[in-house]
Structures are given as structure tokens and as C-alpha cells.
Design a protein around this ligand. Structure first.
Ligand SMILES: [Fe+2]
Length: 262
């Protein structure tokens, strides 16, 4: 399946592939439909309400989101194969039924291939046993709407992800920025192939041999420009029993361990 796969690993761990990006049409429409709902309805799907892993809705200015700061200029909805499909809003059901599971099958194959290329083929067994997926669906509205009250320096502040890998199956829109080991920042243009990079769980699993990539999103020059991004995260399932050298505990305890950094 991946016999012609070419991976290019850049400084800091950002990985480009030669696989053409899938189209995000169905998921983008789903996210737009959810964001058009009255806020009372949206709140029924907040992370607090769903209370499983990172699943659920976060909005601009929210102080208690698990996956974004209140100054970050995006609305996000996290779906996963950890919660039951029926717990997610109607707006996402078509995507969940028609595309999500098939896309996860592909991502699992890709991630195992990347683990092999990076020199960790033995992690395959761990991966099969413990790893599930979530997708963070992110919408950055035009800036004049988003920044009425706050004027942050970035659209999304610098951070590392909770994941083993963060995979951009639909490519990347411009504005993504990542850090090199020297601290130098690299702003990327639009990418039409799949890309991925290691998160904090990869750092733990490899005892620091592979570092989590620090990244964010810069403010666009054109203030009316909207931005979508869809990031698939491989994460340990909440009830996984993890015994890594630097972390021992359940998957849920790992999420908290990761969140304690912020
Ligand atoms: Fe991220």
C-alpha cells in the first residue's frame, strides 16, 4: 500500500509525505452546520457535557477548554472513536458514518509505517493494543469578528500536542508555524499532501529520542480570511494501562499529565 511512500523529515520533526491530501468537504460542511446552531444547542456538546477524553465543543474566549486557551481565535469540535457515535451532534453523523472509520484505517497504516521509518517498529504491538484516534475540527473565523475583545499575537498559541502523531489527512492551509530545535520559527504555506508530526506521547514513548513538535498558527495578513484545519491525533485510550519509563498510569491520567504542562 505504501510502496511508493516518500517521507521527508524536516528540522524539528515535521514530516511531509507524497500522498495527495483527501478532500475535507463532508467534514467541513458538518462543522459549518454545527457552528450555525444556536449556542444553547452547541453547549449540550461541550467537553464538560460529553466528559470523555477531549471530545466536544470549545469556543473563542472559553476559559475551561481542554484543548485551547481563551485567547485562541478558533472554535473547535473534537470527535473520536472513543465516545459512542450517537453522543455526537446530528451535524457530524453523515461524516462519522460515511468517512471517519475508513479514514482511521488509513491513518493507522500510515502511522505504523512512519513508526517503522523512524526506527521504532517494535512500538507496533503497543500501538495496536492502546491507540485510538480523535479529530479536532477547527474553524478560525475572520479576524475582525474574532478579535473584537482580544488582540493576541497568534491565531493559535504555541504548544505541543497530546498525541503520538498529529496527522493532517486533508493537507494544511497556510499559516501553520513550527519551531526548529534552534528556536527558529518556520511559517508554512498551503500544503496539498498529507503531513504529520510527533506529539508529546511520542516523546514519552521514545524516551525523548523523538521530540514533540512545538507549533501554532500565525495571524493572517488578510483579516477577512477564514481558516479551517482538521488534525487527527493518535492517543492512548482512556482505560489503557501505560507503563512507560517516565510515565505510569491510565490513558486518562496521561491526558491530565499532558495538560499539567500548561
Ligand atoms: Fe496542535
Amino acid at each position: 500500500m505504501f510502496k511508493d511512500l516518500k517521507l521527508k523529515i524536516r528540522d524539528g520533526g515535521f514530516i511531509s509525505t507524497n500522498i495527495p491530501a483527501y478532500t475535507d468537504g463532508v467534514l467541513r460542511t458538518a462543522l459549518r452546520r454545527f457552528l450555525a446552531l444556536p449556542s444553547l444547542e452547541q453547549q449540550q456538546y461541550s467537553q464538560k457535557e460529553l466528559s470523555i477524553a477531549f471530545d466536544g465543543y470549545s469556543y473563542i474566549g472559553q476559559k475551561d477548554s481542554l484543548n485551547q486557551y481563551d485567547k485562541d481565535l478558533l472554535h473547535s469540535f473534537v470527535l473520536s472513536n472513543i465516545s459512542r457515535e450517537e453522543s455526537f451532534p446530528q451535524a457530524f453523523q453523515k461524516y462519522l458514518k460515511q468517512e471517519f472509520l475508513e479514514q482511521l484505517v488509513f491513518i493507522r497504516k500510515l502511522e505504523k509505517e512512519v513508526l517503522k521509518t523512524l526506527g521504532f517498529p517494535e512500538s507496533r504491538v503497543f500501538y495496536e493494543e492502546h491507540i485510538k484516534h480523535m479529530v479536532s475540527c477547527n474553524f478560525y473565523p475572520e479576524l475582525d469578528v474574532a478579535t473584537q475583545k482580544i488582540m493576541p499575537a497568534d491565531r493559535l498559541s504555541f504548544h505541543t500536542d497530546v498525541s503520538l502523531f498529529s496527522v493532517f489527512l486533508f493537507g494544511l492551509e497556510s499559516g501553520f508555524v513550527h519551531e526548529k530545535p534552534t528556536g527558529e520559527k518556520v511559517v508554512l504555506d498551503t500544503i496539498d499532501e498529507m503531513v504529520l508530526f510527533p506529539g508529546y506521547f511520542m516523546e514519552l514513548l521514545t524516551k525523548g529520542k523523538i521530540r514533540a513538535l512545538k507549533h501554532g498558527v500565525v495571524l493572517p495578513e488578510n483579516r477577512t480570511e477564514e481558516r479551517f484545519s482538521f488534525a487527527f491525533f493518535s492517543i492512548p485510550k482512556p482505560d489503557a494501562i501505560l507503563e512507560l519509563s517516565s510515565f505510569k498510569g491510565s490513558g486518562s491520567e496521561y491526558y491530565q499529565h499532558y495538560l499539567n504542562q500548561f
